[in-house]
Write a protein that binds this ligand. Sequence first.
Ligand code: EPZ
Length: 419
Amino acid sequence: MESFFICGGNKLEGELDIQTSKNAVLPILAGSILCEEDIIIHKFPKYEDTLTMLKILEDLGAKTYIYEEDVKIECGSIQKSEIPVNLASKIRSSIFSLGAILSRFKKAKVPYPGGCAIGARPIDLHIKGLKQLGAKIVDKHGFLYCDGSNMKSSVVNIDFPSVGATENIILASVFLKGRTKIINCAKEPEIVDLANFLNSLGAKIYGAGDSIIEIEGVEKLHGGEYTPITDRIITGTYVLATLMCGGDVTLNKVNSDHIASLMHNLKNNCCKITVKGDKLRVIANKRPKAISKIETQPYPGFPTDLQPQIMAMLSIARGTSVVVENLFESRFKHIGELKKLGADILVNDKTAIIKGKNMLYGANVICQDLRGGAGLVLAGLVAKGYTTVDDIFHIDRGYYHMEKDLQCLGANIERITKA
Ligand code: EPZ
């Protein structure tokens, strides 16, 4: 079992390039199923989840080749329309493939998806949306058996702006003759990136990033190359790490619009954030201040994927803060672990009250999920003494060698293997 071994107390100094966005690449890989020619994704991030998604494409029949920072996908040889349980159950984004497989083969058999255990993670909005397009879906023994032979362009209403459901319905609509309109879409930057990717291959998708998206059906997509956006959650993670540890860090390849909500919440805190093009510089040299209230919301609200990381920061802030997790009903599992480090946090349903401490103390903590694990690493970076963070396979799903990024900024962190 791999763990991180951290000696807290170092300031962070230096420069770092931000990796490509996991949550942009995953639906883009699903989108490659729509294409029968070759696709090249530049700056392909080798997170566990993106590598698993590549395996799903290979299982469908695609040939994939990773060259240094790029991946080439030969989509012409895709001929299967079902996904195996062992791969689907590893990641949430396997469910996005459903819409793409239906578009290509007019039928699909996919298992229920996996993903972080941060809640029930239902897929009712995905199923409801695809049914509004005319798909026939039978849910049997954990598999979805889908018949897409009668699908046609329609008006689709999503009850809640779900990221995955929006992406799934877009992928299912690309080849539907006529104009499909999706109402109450999620507005995340990753959805805009998916639309930009598909449009670069010849799709006609309008309005991505707004709550209404329209898709003009096309016959087919041609091959092409694409460079996805960088990861706004990794960017936010390292901004918060610098605020916590103190120091002077420049992050490159950043789109600061994508973390506007975090920057707004840090505006009067003890850090100076300057943006020049795609460079974001954070200078911090004082103990952070509490934030009266943070509520996670769909984009452009405060991202739920940064909730554990900002909670780690608030655990050492001056004053008391409140964090409300509105998106996922079990996304407070990191709180028990933060308390092992000395954090003072009270939980009442979806609300956490964090009384900032001027010191945390090293301990052995265990990752419960991807972003909760990242929050524990941040807390370990400031805790006095040694902290081990176990089960870091969770973190590897969405950060590529996080310890290397932090080492290059001066953190004292090692990846170790425990018996
Ligand atoms: C995506 O998950 C991201 N994952 C998540 O990131 C992110 O936390 C989430 O969006 C919200 O921003 C990927 O993109 C691979 P949702 P997704 O559908 O699509 C409810 C990470 O750490 N819902 O927007 O699954 C759901 O329970 C991961 O990188 C239904 O009720 O999120 C939640 O309460 C974690 N029925 C809310 O909607 C459905 O059919 C938002 O979920 C679908 C969702």
